[in-house]
Design a protein around this ligand. Structure first.
Ligand SMILES: Cc1cc2nc3c(=O)[nH]c(=O)nc-3n(C[C@H](O)[C@H](O)[C@H](O)COP(=O)(O)O)c2cc1C
Length: 317
């Protein structure tokens, strides 16, 4: 079989709706006869925010989940190979449509959720998601070894607040970091997020207000929080963490929930290490996912053509 152009359009649109670091869409999709290759665009670089490219691969992982769901929604069995050609490290995944296989209702629901998903950065409705519900969502992860760990609000909000404050203080005062962020902000500015206060300032800016420890602890305790963990910290782990994050996010949407992701604090090395130590994490934290009920109806962020995104310029010295 060969994908028709309409089918290719379905795959491209699904991939395009994936969340990505700074809305950079650091991937390209290449459709072949009965397969689709997902490439990582190495040139999409954020030297201050994401010097190792971890978030870039996490973003590609989210796109992979969307791609796989789109193949299933088209009625094909989807066989996924990760890094299928060792000589081409930028080829992160190949998804083959093998035999006809009708999508399940759950798959169709999650495929539809791709087009409703957006980052919900504001406070959630006071109707809180239960821990049991969060644990059930965490089971949406199908990637072996990758797990979503629920944050225990009573015990863990305080150490988390301390670490988020530490990260925010470090990044708020980092002028080179803030310059890079300012160049990207117009490309994903969220009308509901003016960056003014934690924990809802999705990305800490130079003017972000840091609440006192008790206030931040109380706010965090009211959020549904999951940390995506991987057994190792290599490229495959980053890709799978992104795939798992998107699986949970889409599953949450099918249940009337909304979510947003935080990786910014995890780019401060002592904060990432501190999370492992103080929360006793059994793996490497790759993303933090906030999940809750919305207070309004979500709107989706536009996608910007890659050519219109800011180019990375080397800084002298
Ligand atoms: C790997 C990754 C890291 C991200 N980190 C953050 C973050 O730290 N803070 C934040 O507010 N949004 C973060 N985002 C969300 C992106 O900014 C968002 O997906 C993008 O702007 C597109 O908007 P949308 O999710 O509404 O479609 C991240 C997304 C990904 C995939």
């Amino acid at each position: 079989m060969t994908w028709s152009s309409a089918e290719v359009g379905v795959l491209v649109r699904a991939v395009n709706r994936a969340p990505s670091v700074h809305n950079s869409q650091p991937w390209t999709l290449e459709a072949h006869a009965n397969s689709a290759d997902l490439y990582e665009r190495f040139e999409s670089s954020l030297p201050r925010h994401d010097p190792t490219g971890r978030d870039r691969l996490v973003s590609c992982g989210a796109a992979l989940t969307n791609l796989e769901l789109a193949v299933r929604a088209l009625g094909w069995d989807a066989v996924v190979s990760l890094f299928p050609e060792p000589g081409h490290p930028d080829l992160v995944a190949r998804v083959r449509g093998t035999t006809r296989k009708e999508a399940t209702l759950a798959e169709v629901d999650r495929y539809s959720a791709i087009f409703q998903r957006r980052s919900y950065r504001q406070p959630f409705s006071p109707a809180r998601i239960s821990r049991r519900h969060l644990r059930r969502l965490a089971r949406a992860v199908t990637e072996p070894g990758t797990q979503a760990r629920v944050i225990e609000p009573r015990r863990e909000s305080e150490p988390l607040a301390d670490l988020l404050c530490h990260a925010a203080t470090a990044l708020r005062g980092d002028r080179a970091y803030q310059r890079e962020l300012a160049a990207w902000l117009p490309h994903f500015q969220d009308p509901h997020d003016d960056g003014s206060t934690l924990p809802w300032a999705g990305l800490v800016r130079a003017n972000t207000h840091l609440p006192d420890r008790i206030t931040l602890t109380e706010r965090l305790a009211r959020e549904g929080l999951l940390i995506l963990l991987t057994p190792d910290d290599g490229r495959r782990d980053h890709l799978l963490a992104g795939a798992a994050m998107e699986q949970i996010w889409l599953a949450a949407l099918t249940e009337g929930l909304v979510a947003s992701v935080l990786t910014q604090p995890l780019h401060v090395p002592e904060v990432r290490a501190g999370l492992i130590e103080h929360l006793g994490l059994a793996g490497f934290p790759q993303t933090i996912l906030r999940v809750g009920y919305p207070v309004d109806s979500p709107t989706t962020a536009p996608r910007i053509p890659a050519a219109a995104l800011p180019a990375h310029e080397e800084e002298p010295g």
